[in-house]
Design a protein around this ligand. Structure first.
Ligand SMILES: [Zn+2]
Length: 172
């Protein structure tokens, strides 16, 4: 089932129970991590209440509109995710946070101020443009495969029509 999901598009039915949404129904759009996999899903209220909250990355409540089109994830939302993940030390969250940071730097929403090294671990110190808000993000070594997959999901969230991942064209 999961293989066929299109992450960026608003689903017409609940991702978990597969019940079709009614016009105007309360829908929970969320990003979650299930066994290492970043998912963008839409849940009905019942499935949302039943979910495993430890998988949450971020969620927002909307109401279903037949002609609403794809839910756009914007940079402010991604910055909020970055903040939300700040205290989460699980490996997959640290990886996600690092990739999100690269994405935001590439789109000039964050500026790299400096790099700090502590006990052999490298941290990126970033500042949100035109603000004094700073972020400290652990630099992560990701396997190529995993990096590509997560990056593609993140890029897909921003632009549903995009084919390439955020890594395309990057020299490594
Ligand atoms: Zn459901």
């Amino acid at each position: 089932m999961a293989e066929n999901w299109t992450y960026a598009k608003r689903q017409l039915c609940c991702s978990d129970c597969e019940r079709t949404f009614q016009e105007g129904e309360e829908v929970y759009s969320m990003m979650r991590i299930v066994e290492d996999e970043l998912q963008r899903v839409d849940l009905c209220r019942a499935s949302f209440d039943d979910r495993d909250a430890s998988q949450d990355v971020v969620y927002w409540r909307t109401s279903h509109r037949e002609k609403g089109g794809a839910m756009k994830v914007d940079f402010d939302m991604l910055l909020a995710v970055l903040e939300k993940l700040a205290d989460d030390q699980r490996d997959e969250r640290l990886d996600l946070r690092y990739l999100l940071t690269l994405l935001l730097v590439r789109h000039r929403k964050l500026r790299l101020e400096r790099v700090e090294s502590k006990k052999g671990v490298e941290f990126l110190i970033l500042r949100k443009v035109r603000t004094k808000t700073t972020f400290k993000v652990e630099s992560r070594e990701l396997e190529e495969e995993r990096r590509k997959r997560l990056s593609a999901v993140l890029a897909g969230l921003l632009d549903p029509t995009s084919e390439g991942g955020i890594d395309s064209g990057e020299a490594t």
